[in-house]
Design a protein around this ligand. Structure first.
Ligand SMILES: C[S@@+](CC[C@H](N)C(=O)[O-])C[C@H]1O[C@@H](n2cnc3c(N)ncnc32)[C@H](O)[C@@H]1O
Length: 287
């Protein structure tokens, strides 16, 4: 008689299967997939090691395991991730939020707390909506705008805003339209634009280049197209603007140069947890 597939046996077998396929972390991937299939918190798997799996559970687990073996990101397979502890739906049309972007919002939050009278916060290229949603949770009294040129992304971002019970002004555009913009109060832009050079996209790991939306990755020939557009648009606003922007690991010097050319002098770069300058704070004052 065939040996029964228990939770423990399946976890052991699939951890070694993923290891052979160089899908890491192999053990954790197995645990997260199985807890998704069994709709159980991961910890409960360890309490039910001897539980046998039904034929339909096994078939579903196998279906998802094969997807992950083909490098589909776990977050797309489960349709779920977290950002700053908030539950977030993701699907192939949106970028999976990254830890660097959590650092971006923490930095923005720190400064917004010290900035009196912020009239609006704007998230350009909102993707799954995480930047806008997190900041609206922290600053419920400040209007938050979020834009994206991808309708797929906006649909998911709206769903995430509803699930997280925040009210955000979503717009299917690049730079938002404001009904009223006060010249005397500051505006804050917090953005993680696409910044990868077109030629570099093909060199990214398969999880990224084969599954994540090109619109979210490709920043044009020099990787700086959207970054420059944001700065130029911000310069045309008639109020003081503080921009918090995530940039690529090798773009700090390029950004300083672009700002110099645009005669923007107030530029600060912060290092991320890998000690790489990845977060820019750019202040533009109307004279
Ligand atoms: C790097 S992703 C960031 C997504 C999300 N903010 C995050 O941090 O996870 C960039 C997003 O910008 C959007 N995008 C690209 N070009 C744009 C443009 N010109 N105007 C507005 N959004 C744009 C893409 O569709 C994508 O959702």
């Amino acid at each position: 008689m065939d040996e029964v597939w228990t939770v423990k046996r399946l976890l052991d077998w699939s951890a070694s299967y993923f290891k052979n396929k160089e899908i890491e972390p192999a053990k954790l991937t197995s645990q997260l997939l199985l807890s998704h299939v069994l709709k159980l918190p991961k910890l409960h798997l360890f309490l039910q090691f001897d539980r046998p799996l039904s034929a339909s559970e096994l078939a579903e687990y196998k279906r998802l395991l094969l997807k992950r073996a083909e490098h589909e990101p776990l977050e797309y397979i489960t349709g779920y991730t977290e950002f700053m502890g908030l539950p977030v739906k993701v699907a192939k049309g949106v970028l999976i939020p990254r830890p660097e972007t959590e650092e971006l919002v923490v930095k923005a939050e720190h400064y917004i707390n010290r900035m009196p009278g912020v009239q609006a916060i704007v998230d350009i290229g909102t993707g799954s909506g995480v930047i806008a949603i997190y900041l609206k949770k922290i600053f419920p009294d400040i209007p938050v705008f979020a834009t994206d040129i991808s309708l797929d992304a906006l649909a998911i971002a709206k769903q995430n805003a509803t699930d997280n019970k925040v009210d955000i002004n979503f717009q299917n555009t690049f730079f938002p339209e404001y009904e009223h913009l006060s010249e005397n109060l500051p505006l804050v832009i917090v953005t993680n634009p696409p910044y990868i050079r077109t030629a570099d996209v093909a060199t990214l790991q398969p999880e990224v280049k084969d599954f994540e939306p090109m619109l979210a990755l490709d920043g044009g020939e020099d990787g700086l197209t959207v970054i420059k557009d944001i700065l130029v648009k911000a310069l045309n606003l008639k109020c003081n603007v503080s921009i918090f922007m995530e940039i690529g690991y090798d773009q700090a010097e390029d950004l300083r140069y672009i700002c110099e050319k645009l005669m923007i002098t107030d530029v600060t770069l912060f290092e991320d947890f890998n000690h790489v300058e990845r977060i820019a704070k750019i202040d533009i004052k109307v004279s």
